[in-house]
Design a protein around this ligand. Structure first.
Ligand code: OFO
Length: 183
């Protein structure tokens, strides 16, 4: 009796995305280590915390595949690219990798819709929202570095940014989540 509720295409896409999330965690780990080596511990902590979020996303995909009776395939995680050359470059790379990940999430949404796999479509909505949040957070980082001088940011401006990011919550508040009580 067939108990796998995922089509081969969806199962392959979910497994690939599980690895993509692990890859994103490696990217954040690499950038966090780079920032820490440069002495920016506040920024490093922010990026380390984010690496954990990406690992949680990986786990979410893994658990969903199992829950639907599918087969989890653990593969090698591609290495992150080269270290950033500046804080500006670091934040630009963070934004670019979040946008790239959003495209991959949307591809799975499109496939689940085409296959009328409404369970997967519904599961993916959490990630659609999460990616909006993460892009907002990454855009916010880019705005902050722009104010600090962008590619020409001086040490003192980066020091202020480092202190500020060390205290920042991980999650950005989405406009749709804002209420009068919770602005
Ligand atoms: Fe997994 O959320 Fe970022 O990429």
């Amino acid at each position: 009796m067939e108990t796998n509720r995922l089509s081969p295409t969806i199962q392959a896409a979910l497994n690939a995305q599980m690895t993509n999330e692990a890859h994103n965690a490696q990217i954040y780990l690499a950038y966090a280590s780079w920032a820490s080596e440069k002495g920016y511990d506040g920024i490093a902590n922010f990026l380390f915390r984010h690496a954990n979020e990406e690992r949680n996303h990986m786990q979410k995909f893994l658990e969903y595949i199992l829950k639907r009776g599918g087969k989890v395939t653990i593969t090698a995680i591609p290495a992150p690219g080269p270290d950033p050359v500046s804080m500006n470059d670091c934040f630009e790379k963070v934004f670019a990798s979040e946008v790239e990940n959003t495209t991959k999430i949307y591809d799975i949404v499109n496939t689940s819709m085409a296959e009328k796999d409404w369970a997967t479509f519904n599961f993916m909505q959490w990630f659609v929202k999460e990616q909006t949040e993460e892009e907002t957070l990454a855009l916010d980082l880019l705005d902050k570095i722009k104010v600090a001088g962008g590619a020409n940011a001086k040490d003192d401006a980066l020091f202020v940014l480092n202190t500020e990011l060390g205290k920042t919550p991980d999650d950005a508040t989405l406009a749709q989540d804002v209420t009068v009580e919770k602005p």
